[in-house]
Design a protein around this ligand. Structure first.
Ligand SMILES: [Zn+2]
Length: 198
């Protein structure tokens, strides 16, 4: 059986979403087709709204609605500590632990020679510029506890330590090969608390 073209187009778009396979795409598409028009339009509007209003914070490369992201715009933050993470979603995970009262820097990825991703493809240059301009005394590297995350952490330590800035790495206790964003709050909080100097 062939789908009517509008349904086929919707399925095709839904299947491109992360974590959505053909079965889930079909379930969502059928839900949308039977949902109230207002519900479907609210979803469509929410999608266009984030695309229109959300951009990268020019300081830390987290997502932002205003000129700066909510963290960089918060005057209560300790600006001597910068926590380096791979993705904007990691900012949410680390911040929820309450262990880091500083600010963040989002690399937008990790070093992965196999995928041809070197430091020049990440926001490393911008991090070094920040370190030169501000009163930063500690860089907490909270990249994922997998090969790419560890490679990135070592690279950053070698780059930053000569600048006279303390570089710490979150402790193990996080499952190796795992993702920061999926770690539970307690495990991630302990890993941050027990960070060690690199
Ligand atoms: Zn920011």
């Amino acid at each position: 059986m062939r789908y009517a073209p509008p349904i086929a187009r919707l399925l095709e778009e839904l299947e491109r979403l992360p974590g959505v396979g053909p079965k889930s795409a079909q379930r969502i598409a059928y839900w949308l087709m039977t949902a109230d028009t207002a519900d479907a339009e609210r979803l469509a509007l929410a999608i266009t709204e984030v695309k229109r209003t959300i951009h990268f914070c020019p300081v830390c490369f987290n997502f932002a609605e205003d000129e700066l992201c909510v963290v960089c715009g918060d005057t209560e933050r300790d600006r001597t500590i910068v926590c380096v993470v791979e993705e904007p979603r990691d900012v949410v995970a680390v911040d929820r632990t309450g262990e880091v009262h500083g600010v963040y820097h989002v690399l937008q990825g990790a070093i992965s020679p196999i995928d041809g991703i070197g430091p020049e493809r990440l926001r490393v240059r911008e991090l070094v510029d920040r370190l030169g301009e501000n009163e930063i005394t500690e860089v907490v590297v909270a990249t994922n506890p997998n090969v790419e995350g560890e490679t990135t952490a070592l690279y950053l330590a070698r780059l930053i330590k000569p600048l006279g800035i303390k570089v710490t790495r979150i402790a193990s206790g996080l499952p190796v090969g795992g993702d920061i964003e999926y770690a539970d709050e307690v495990t991630l909080g302990r890993a941050l608390e027990a960070r060690r100097e690199m």
